[in-house]
Design a protein around this ligand. Structure first.
Ligand code: PNS
Length: 162
């Protein structure tokens, strides 16, 4: 049976760390679904539609990468999709505690779903969407840390605020 993996998250915005994990997942699994959480934050910088559009554009030409949205419990979405695996990225020890709790809670909720942790390339281990937004809004360079499309959209958002 082909293995379908779900890579859930807020992706506000998509970073090159996410891109790296998705690319690795696409090599490992038959299909990987990037599942963007609806309503992850009350006021996300990027709308859900923008996040879907960006992720689809970045993975255009990758037939086994799909982009979707989900609401409610992750395990219910994974079951509905008939996926077997949840993929999460682990950057540093600091990620571990929360990820460990989520993985075990998800395992309790649905023991048939396995969580697989993947490490991004070393150069992305310190990147987070939150840091990208903060650094960019304060005038810092994020080039090389996010896809070009994200960088351009961040610039547009900053210009619109001026
Ligand atoms: O990008 P993030 O914010 O680290 O992703 C967190 C996410 C979306 C994976 C997590 O918040 C989630 O799964 N939310 C859906 C609701 C749910 O199932 N909560 C219980 C998780 S144990």
């Amino acid at each position: 049976m082909p293995t379908l993996a779900v890579y859930p998250g807020s992706f506000d915005p998509l970073t090159n760390g996410h891109v790296d994990i998705i690319s690795r997942g696409a090599l490992l699994f038959d299909r990987i679904v990037v599942a963007i959480l609806v309503n992850s934050e009350k006021a996300p910088l990027f709308s859900l539609d923008e996040r879907v559009e960006i992720t689809r554009a970045v993975f255009r030409g990758h037939p086994n990468v799909e982009v979707d949205t989900f609401d409610g419990l992750l395990v219910d979405y994974v079951e509905r999709r008939r996926a077997q695996v949840i993929v999460r990225g682990l950057r540093a020890v600091s990620d571990f505690e929360f990820e460990f709790q989520m993985a075990l809670m998800n395992q309790r909720l649905n023991a048939a779903i396995q969580t697989v942790f993947m490490m991004p390339a070393e150069q992305y281990t310190y990147i987070s969407s939150r840091l990208i937004k903060e650094v960019f809004s304060l005038g810092g360079r994020v080039h090389g840390l996010v896809p070009d499309m994200v960088e351009a959209r961040l610039r547009d958002k900053l210009d619109a605020k001026r």
